[in-house]
Design a protein around this ligand. Structure first.
Ligand code: KG4
Ligand code: ZN
Length: 356
């Protein structure tokens, strides 16, 4: 079955207002245009302020969509379907994108599809890497989620493990705040860590030992204890200006080691030729390099460029194109949900925890 050809996608789940046009080739999307407007206002507050995010989306969604169409050289009439992030995310922010997409779908009489934000992150690498396809082990690491997935087919997601407390990106952001760096913290930590001395601060590797045991937490993650360990080291520091880069290095080495070791073990146990990293933390090139080195000769690592790993509408278009091609559609009842369930997510037999 071949679905609608030109998909206009919208993403407003957090603090990026984004629109994109993709062309659907039998469920595989080709990128025609992508506009991402980042809301700088939150930098003043050191984190996303939900009401400000919604208001900023409301102001900019129209121009952002117009610009995505213009960049693709298209008028509204050339669009065949709409895909929009329906969750998870900030509900007021999601509402703006969903209402805008519904209005367009109604006035242009087009099919509409609500897309899960994390499924979007899984599809990001397909836009740049023609070889990338299931089966793969997928590490989703963002500001709100940390999940390790077995993906035997698109649409079939088996949860191997997830975080028990903070998400990986959240840990980068909180540690950045402790070190007096700005928001978002990930890029600042990575840059500073590159100049830091390895091993001077030897922080715990949370839940790494569990990997070698046969318990329910083999592939689980935890970052809040690591954050507390950094807090103590900051409190004990007599010269933070001297120690800052070494602390960033110590934290990043600890966090990345757990992510790399668990992902590599999952790839080996599943016997897959590919690992994928997606979500905002996948912008961390040190993570991609360490996983690539670890899996050398065993599996390759698919990771999108930074523009497609941070929140963007192109990945929503890519996941949407695949689902629209299968005949998936949302009706008027489509509404955003902060806790939208991941479609097709089941427990892996390698995982014995409860779904959160
Ligand atoms: O996927 P994303 O753009 O938004 C969510 O869906 O949460 O992820 C944002 C997260 C932030 O926590 C940010 O600090 C982190 O991704 N991040 C990074 C890097 N770039 C962004 N974390 C580590 N290293 C980076 N280079
Ligand atoms: Zn995201």
């Amino acid at each position: 079955m071949s679905g609608p050809s030109r998909v206009l996608a919208i993403e407003t789940s957090c603090d990026e207002t984004s629109a994109s046009v993709v062309t659907n080739h039998d469920g595989r999307a080709r990128l025609d245009s992508l506009v991402i407007l980042s809301q700088d206002i939150h930098k003043i507050f050191g984190g996303v302020v939900p009401e400000l995010a919604s208001r900023a989306h409301l102001k900019t969604i129209g121009p952002v969509v117009d610009r995505a169409l213009a960049d693709a050289g298209l008028e509204f009439e050339a669009v065949d379907a709409l895909a929009v992030t329906a969750g998870p995310g900030l509900v007021g922010a999601l509402l703006v994108g969903v209402m805008y997409a519904k209005t367009l779908a109604h006035s242009l009489k087009l099919p509409l599809l609500g897309v899960h934000h994390l499924e979007g992150h899984l599809f990001a690498a397909t836009l740049e890497d023609p070889e990338f396809a299931p089966p793969f082990a997928g590490l989703l690491v963002s500001g709100g989620h940390t999940m390790l997935l077995d993906v035997p087919e698109w649409g079939e997601y088996r949860l191997l493990g997830q975080t028990r407390d903070d998400a990986a990106g959240e840990a980068f952001d909180k540690v950045a705040t402790l070190l007096g760096l700005g928001y978002p913290g990930g890029p600042a930590i990575e840059k500073l860590a590159a100049t830091g001395q390895p091993g001077r601060f030897d922080f715990p590797r949370p839940m790494l030992k569990e990997l070698k045991k046969s318990g329910p937490d083999r592939f689980s993650f935890s970052f809040s204890g690591l954050k507390t360990a950094v807090l103590r080291a900051v409190q004990n520091s007599t010269d933070l200006d001297r120690d800052r880069a070494d602390l960033a290095r110590g934290f990043q080495d600890a966090a990345l080691e757990v992510l790399v070791e668990k992902t590599a073990e999952a790839v080996d146990e599943l016997g897959y030729p590919t690992a994928m990293i997606g979500g905002g933390v996948a912008c961390n090139r040190t993570l991609a390099r360490r996983l690539t080195d670890k899996l050398k000769g065993r599996a390759r690592v698919a990771v999108a460029s930074n523009r497609l790993n941070t929140d963007n509408a192109a990945m929503i278009g890519a996941a949407g194109a695949w689902r629209l091609n299968r005949g998936d559609r949302s009706g008027w009842e489509l509404e955003p949900r902060a806790d939208l369930p991941f479609p097709g997510l089941v427990h892996s037999p390698l995982f014995s925890d409860q779904l959160a």
